[in-house]
Design a protein around this ligand. Structure first.
Ligand code: ISL
Length: 571
């Protein structure tokens, strides 16, 4: 093993090591990853065909977005049958083959469980909706409709979070689309059925779960109105239910504690102060959280706002500090709900796209927490050039358009101008495999969603053929991360929080000290190296093959250059 993992016996044993802390996770949105049967929709056999490409990065786990039977109102986050694979994605045999093919490449599979709500076509809801005396009525949250809408809760997808059911005149709760009714977790039968679903997939061999909006599962069933301030960002109220920790501890006691399973909770609405309550290892709830504090730094709902590097850095330092020594964070800049990282936080112009995509990769793979890479991030895939509302697929866009544009609150031009920067659809365009028709995503004449027109230049085939590509840099970076446990378990300190262009931080574990410097600008920046009584080794930069001893106390960083330097312990 190369230096850095040969920690001396005491130090190695003093670390409580977990595979999910050391893992690099690759997120797949199956609809848009790879289509094997020419129906224009990605599928499980398509993923199997790309496992060598994924394994080539050096990742340890895959997070598979929902693969379950669904009417796809919210692209799978509306589950109709938790024990069935969506027909367009393939069969349960295909799932078992994917699991085995990943395992044969030492890649664990994490699946995406949506437990706050189901599809309105789920058999539970069909029965619940059949009448007030249905045995399943109390599987969901119903309120008498005689007094009108029960309260002022908004849906994230526009309009009220209450839908009137004509048959009974009652209202049911849905934090998201009306086709996504919220489960009533106060009902012990709901919890028992959910736990059985978790056991079903764990017994098949999945290595854990990404738990969708899991902090929302507990509701204050007196349903007080939200205040005007809460209405601005309802996720903070929705994630603060009275029994959320009771239910997560019950889930851990009843299911997770009996498996070597990793859980990552999507912590929409959880403040950094409350995060430890979900992931402190002594509380036996979840292992880590996906925080929104960075990716929504420059957002006011659907609107784009500005951001600064000092504010960006301050979030990471705050998240790191508050999660403490016994909690753990997920580190990411991309996922299926956010615009492409290189367009969001990098510089996707032709001159700086490659350098900035690599610089952002350096950040994600060297901060303290488990790195999550989203499909296409390893290629520097960019946002899509949307022009008209008809081009969007996302139910959230359609719901917000109806509420704000059709509702006369904002102009179409204003709405589109913001969505061109913030839409979830930027991340959902098909993977760009090569420069051929449909970027090699599908042999169908028309993919389910438009391919980014820049696929002829930005695609996996081109990157695999180029030793200096983003994909190749991810490979080198992940290999370096694996060889230096300080990049996993090392303490994190921001060395210059106020700098407006440089992000410079240290990762320290015992005698191993690593310094990461990232130039977030189009101008050269001078990096002053801290004197440590030993000379720094330049381990990896994103722009050149520069390596070796750094004899001066300053390093000039080129535009969007990132550098990883080390002083590695001799003991
Ligand atoms: O910010 C959001 C709401 O305006 C969305 O990005 C998203 O709804 C939120 O982050 C929660 O996301 C998760 O739950 C949703 C689903 O649409 C998202 O894809 C999922 O990641 C409902 O299941």
């Amino acid at each position: 093993m190369s230096k850095g993992t040969e920690l001396d016996f005491d130090r190695q044993n003093s670390l409580e090591r977990h595979w999910w802390k050391e893992a690099v996770v690759y997120q797949i949105y199956p609809l848009s990853f790879a289509d094997s049967d020419a129906d224009g929709i990605g599928d499980l056999p398509g993923i199997i065909g790309k496992l060598d490409y994924i394994a080539g990065l050096g990742v340890d786990a895959i997070w598979l977005c929902p693969h379950f039977d669904s009417p796809n109102v919210d692209n799978g986050y509306d589950i109709r049958d938790y024990r069935k694979v969506l027909r367009e994605f393939g069969t349960m045999d295909d799932f078992d083959r994917l699991l085995e093919a990943a395992r044969s490449r030492n890649i664990r599979l994490i699946i995406d469980l949506v437990l706050n709500h189901t599809s309105d076509q789920h058999e539970w809801f069909v029965e619940s909706r059949s009448g007030r005396d249905s045995p399943k009525r109390n599987y969901y949250v119903w309120r008498d409709g005689s007094g009108g809408v029960p309260n002022n809760f908004p849906s994230f997808f526009g309009g009220s979070a209450w839908q009137k059911d004509d048959a009974s005149g009652d209202y049911y709760l849905h934090y998201f689309a009306k086709e996504q009714p919220d489960l009533n977790w106060d009902n012990p039968h709901v919890r028992a059925d959910v736990f059985d679903i978790m056991r079903f997939w764990l017994d098949k061999g999945v290595a854990g779960f990404r738990l969708d909006v899991i902090p929302f599962i507990s509701k204050d069933q007196t349903f007080p109105d939200l205040t005007p301030e809460q209405l601005e960002a309802p996720q903070f109220a929705y994630s603060d239910g009275p029994l959320v920790h009771d239910y997560l501890q019950e889930m851990n006691r009843e299911v997770l504690a009996h498996y070597d399973a990793m859980t990552v909770g999507e912590a929409y609405g959880v403040t950094d102060v409350k995060a430890p309550l979900f992931v402190d290892e002594d509380r036996h709830e979840l292992d880590m959280l996906i925080s929104f504090d960075v990716v929504r730094l420059d957002r006011n709902g659907w609107r784009k706002t500005d951001w600064s590097l000092p504010a960006f850095k301050a979030v990471y330092s705050r998240l790191d500090r508050t999660i403490g020594a016994s909690g753990w964070n997920a580190i990411f800049l991309s996922n299926h709900d956010n615009p492409r990282a290189v367009s969001h936080f990098g510089d996707d112009t032709p001159e700086f796209r490659v350098a900035s995509a690599k610089a952002l990769a350096t950040l994600v793979l060297t901060l303290r927490g488990t790195p999550f890479i989203y499909q296409g991030e390893e290629l520097g895939m960019t946002n899509f050039p949307f022009q008209h509302v008809e081009e969007f697929d996302d139910i959230e866009v359609k719901g917000q358009w109806a509420e704000h544009v059709l509702g006369g609150k904002v102009s179409p031009e204003c709405f589109i101008a913001h969505l061109r920067q913030t839409s979830r659809d930027h991340a959902r365009t098909p993977m760009q495999w090569n420069g051929n028709t449909n970027a090699g995503f599908t042999a169908a004449e028309k993919p389910w969603f438009a391919v980014n027109p820049n696929y002829t230049e930005i695609n996996a085939e081109a990157d695999l053929a180029n030793e200096n590509s983003i994909y190749r840099y991810f490979q080198r970076l992940i290999a370096l991360r694996r060889s230096k446990l300080a990049l996993t378990y090392g303490d994190y300190v921001d060395l210059d929080p106020a700098h407006k262009k440089l992000f410079v931080y240290m990762r320290t574990l015992g005698a191993d000290r690593l310094l990461v410097a990232i130039n977030f600008s189009r101008e050269p920046q001078l990096l002053e190296l801290p004197a440590m009584g030993a000379s720094w080794d330049l381990l990896l930069t994103n722009l050149s093959g520069r390596q070796g001893k750094v004899l001066s106390s300053e390093v000039q960083l080129a535009p969007w250059e990132s550098a990883i330097l080390g002083i590695l312990g001799t003991d």
